[in-house]
Write a protein that binds this ligand. Sequence first.
Ligand code: HAM
Length: 422
Amino acid sequence: MAKQDMIKGIKGVKDILPEETPRWRVIEEAARGAALRYGFQEIRIPIFEVTTLFARSIGATTDIVEKEMYTFADRDGTSLTLRPEGTAGTVRAFIEHNLAADPLPQKYFYLGPMFRHERPQAGRLRQFHQFGVESFGTSDPRADVEVIALLWRFLSDLSLPDLTLEMNSLGTSADRAAYLPALVSFLKQHESRLCANCRRRIETNPLRILDCKVPECRTVTDKAPRLTDHLSAEAQVHFDEVLAGLAVIGIPYQLNHRLVRGLDYYCLTAFEITSTHLGAQNAVGAGGRYDGLVESLGGPSVPAVGFAVGLERVTLMLPEGTASSIGPSIYVAAFGAEGNRAGVLLLEALRRAGFSAQTDYRSTSLKAHLRQADRAACSFAILLGDDEVKRGSGILRNMHSKAQEELSLGDFPTLLKSRVLG
Ligand code: HAM
């Protein structure tokens, strides 16, 4: 086949090759461990849902819904979408299975792929992975502090460098309704200095203009009225308590009045963790409170707060050499008809005893076997030739020290457990 006919993967959709998966396992295990320690249970939601779920929750005028969703017609014409995030699906499942009838609060976490048609670059993909948590049932600011603490500890326990927690309050929906006319009027006065996208957003989503990265837009919005100056007493108290709670448990933060989030369901607390190690796509994880979402999707009035972390971004920041290991691996080097027969049995016995054991069926010489054992970074090899098998034994070789000793074949799994692992 000509090279140009070779089928390639899709732009922005990456393979995670075996050399990278040990790092991914470290991250996923840390995520599961942290979530379980904070009392979150795993939920597994579908990868695709009806399109209206995302349009109604994330917001029809957001970038995600306007231009980033993978939407397609099902065979009966129903519009379906690959999930761009996990909150909407979790809320849908929470309502559909009547989980609010069970004692609250209920706290869920998920890990899995998400899909957004964005321009791919370092740390920004079209299929990416999130670890997310959603805590339903309490409007207590301590619940906000709890999810932020979980996110912060998860990232700092992985020794990710230069993390900054940024905090803002988006107020209640009434606070925003009262503030937006002041913002829009200010923006209209300076419309000519804004980029085309921001000019369009004055009508559709003015809050997002505060978040624009274009320098001239930032200069203009530096002087814009601030939402934090328009908070109701209720929102102000909530924000103060979240900040005080973070201080009590020693989590440092910075206030960022531009932090408005790209999804419409948020209210009150909004937060983001960034790192200077990430370049343009500097948000590692982000989230906030979304007290109105369950109700607006047809459920009872249940307050909620959560976050999601982009795992590709975590892999980019994970210190070199971080890898999970499943313990020493053992190589079985078998020769000759008897040796090969015994080798198959020994491999099976070792694996059933819980060892990682391997061989190369193509190798017929000791040299070739030992080369493969080295390549596979095995700590031990068991040499099994016809002579050893006749004696009912095999030779255990320490691949580092090269020391060898003959052991009884039937006893290998038990002996190895005490001598190698014990
Ligand atoms: P988000 O800010 O859209 O929030 O995404 C959360 C994180 O996912 C980002 O901070 C980033 O690390 C990662 N991420 C987003 N898009 C991409 C991409 N194209 N490529 C790589 N990584 C990406 C949410 O998704 C909300 N559902 C979070 C939440 C949960 N809020 C409450 N509960």
